[in-house]
Write a protein of this length. Structure first.
Length: 137
């Protein structure tokens, strides 16, 4: 039985695979760009604030496509799982759950839990996944 736990945020996903007594740890980077769009004159003398138009829709569309590529890499990495648990500090794990339920129904059926947890070290993530599946028995 291959149990997989994924701690993920927008930057990276740590994939912990438990197969009997064997444990493997993989990190998948998202390769996302983190945008900080700014506009305006950037001078103190500008009385009416920013004068440039910032195209938020362009940034959001690019982020959506980058998330889709990130999720497809994750799906390839967990394709042979028997049980999947998602952990993470933000809403990226919830977006990944929605991706699984809409486009990968076979993996979505294996999804056991989606939980919010804070940022952790690699050893804390390994312990979290081990403890989670130990409690599921």
């Amino acid at each position: 039985m291959k149990n997989i736990g994924i701690w993920m945020d927008k930057e990276k996903a740590h994939v912990i695979s438990l197969d009997g007594e064997q444990e493997t740890f993989n990190t998948i980077l998202s390769e996302m760009d983190f945008f900080k769009p700014s506009g305006g004159s950037r001078t103190k003398s500008a009385k009416w604030g920013p004068q440039d138009v910032v195209q938020d829709s362009k940034y959001l569309e690019r982020e959506k496509h980058q998330l889709k590529n990130y999720f497809s890499k994750l799906v390839d990495a967990i394709g042979d799982a028997d049980a999947i648990a998602l952990f993470g500090p933000a809403d990226t794990n919830e977006k990944f759950r929605k991706e699984l339920t809409s486009n990968h129904k076979d993996l979505a059926a294996k999804l056991k839990s989606v939980e919010k947890v804070d940022s952790m070290t690699e050893n804390q993530i390994k312990a979290l996944v081990r403890d989670y599946y130990r409690q599921q028995r």
